[in-house]
Design a protein around this ligand. Structure first.
Ligand code: HEM
Length: 425
């Protein structure tokens, strides 16, 4: 018979757990077990995304780092072999593509080099450092809004508004117009990848507004970042008004939901790891900043805002981790999986705010490395330190199992984060 005799059969090799299903409800809540399986059994894995598009998922740290810096992988969607796919590779409506999508994250050298050099002249670490008091003020104002109530939804009342007001201020959007941005951004974050109509309208309004603002500022330059973008020149070259608008848009777009999720995922991880959180609170109470600095990097590694880096397309055949990739194929580098790779990080599933040698990929790697990292660090550190200092008894309200994660491909973040604490005046 086919059935081996149980008594004489050798111990069967333990069979690997079955391949996990990707992009389900459970996966959105906790993708890390599935990523562990992929790293081990299928580190460069071809899959069909919910949109119907096929893509390679790269999950090991070494492969991810190499792929992020590999110039054979283009950012330009024209290199994709299904450029007119019904749903579009990126889920971005055609109109947005045409008008605002010629920006850093969609282009290759030499255009990328030129635009990045120009924006770097305006968006300097010095400008960000000078902005610190303003970020502190915004943070305190938002906490004032709910501190007396004893409960809050930290996504809607804190993590969501902080980055949008911060980036509006930095760009030089007048205060009276900032609530419009808040609404447009809210529409984009709620429906990213979902219903197109409202999103397309919001993007259109934002673009119209930015073009008009740039036009107005051209005649009356100030200290703000938009004025800086207009002024920036490189060997006599300047940004056109359209390029400046696309640049302002990508700063808003790349700097907004990411920072919401850094604060949201970060506070959530701290609330789930009381010892780590207490350690951080004591260190802050002692006036130290070292643990805050390493801690925010660790929060990025542990459960970062960007689950997968933005799209890449093979412009020629290449191999990643021994896997052949054909020209025209789409590649998604899974930062969240790479940053939990035990080959690179000791105890990768443990949150250790004091972790050293923490070269995580949360901000990417190579020529597209996050341009806004200094601003993100400033906002993340200020938000987390101020929240834990002003509301030291902060606790999660309700069961973590009831929390909902926004299901998206690129970003990972909570929809709501309900908390309670003793009311304070
Ligand atoms: C690029 C993450 C905040 C602006 C990137 C990339 C990652 C990233 C992973 C590379 C994507 C790729 O290679 O496909 C983050 C995280 C943030 C954050 C985790 C918050 C915690 C910001 C902020 C800004 C910003 C606040 C600006 C205000 C940009 C820009 C790029 C970029 C412009 C494109 C750079 C290029 O292509 O040359 N970011 N980001 N980011 N980020 Fe961020």
């Amino acid at each position: 018979s086919d059935t081996p005799c149980p008594a004489s059969a050798p111990d069967p090799a333990p069979s690997p757990p079955p391949a996990p299903e990707l992009f389900t409800w459970e996966f959105a809540t906790d993708p890390y077990p599935a990523y562990a399986w992929l790293r081990e059994h299928a580190p460069v894995h071809r899959t069909t995304l919910p949109s119907g598009v096929e893509a390679w998922l790269v999950t090991r740290y070494a492969d991810a780092r190499q792929a992020l810096a590999d110039q054979r992988l283009s950012k330009n969607p024209a290199h994709h072999d299904e450029p007119t796919h019904a749903k579009g590779k990126t889920g971005i409506p055609g109109e947005r593509k045409a008008e605002l999508m010629t920006h850093l994250l969609n282009i290759d050298p030499p255009d990328h080099t030129r635009l990045r050099r120009l924006v770097s002249k305006a968006f300097t670490p010095r400008r960000v450092a000078a902005f610190a008091p303003r970020v502190q003020e915004l943070t305190d104002r938002l906490i004032d809004g709910f501190a007396g109530r004893g409960e809050a939804d930290l996504i809607h009342e804190f993590a969501f508004p902080l980055p949008i007001y911060a980036i509006c201020d930095l760009l030089g959007v007048p205060p009276e117009d900032q609530d419009d941005f808040r609404d447009w951004a809210g529409m984009m974050i709620r429906h990213g990848g979902g219903p197109r109509g409202g999103v397309a309208r919001s993007v259109k309004k934002m673009r119209g507004y930015l073009l008009e603002l740039i036009h107005r500022k051209r005649g009356d330059l100030g200290d703000d970042l938009i004025s800086g973008l207009i002024r920036a020149s490189d060997h006599g070259e300047h940004l056109t008004e359209n390029e400046a608008a696309a640049m302002a848009f990508i700063l808003l777009f790349a700097g907004f939901e990411t920072t919401v999720n850094l604060i949201g995922n970060g506070v959530y991880a701290l609330l789930r790891n009381p010892e780590q959180r207490e350690g951080l609170q004591s260190s802050l109470a002692a006036g130290e900043t070292g643990l805050l600095e390493t801690g925010v990097e660790e929060l990025l590694r542990y459960d970062g805002p960007v689950e997968m880096a933005t799209w890449r397309f093979a412009r020629e055949p290449l191999a990643i981790g021994g896997q052949e990739i054909a020209a025209g194929d789409a590649v998604l580098v899974v930062l969240a999986a790479a940053d939990r790779d035990p080959e690179r990080f000791d105890g990768p599933d443990v949150l250790d705010l004091s972790r050293r040698d923490n070269q995580h990929l949360g901000y990417g790697h190579g020529i597209h490395y996050c341009l806004g990292a200094p601003l993100a660090r400033l906002e993340g550190q200020t938000a987390i330190a101020t929240l834990l200092t002003r509301l030291p008894d902060l606790r999660l309200a309700g069961d973590p199992a009831d929390l909902r994660w926004r299901g998206g491909l690129i970003m990972r973040g909570l929809r709501t984060l309900p908390v309670t604490f003793d009311p304070r005046p």
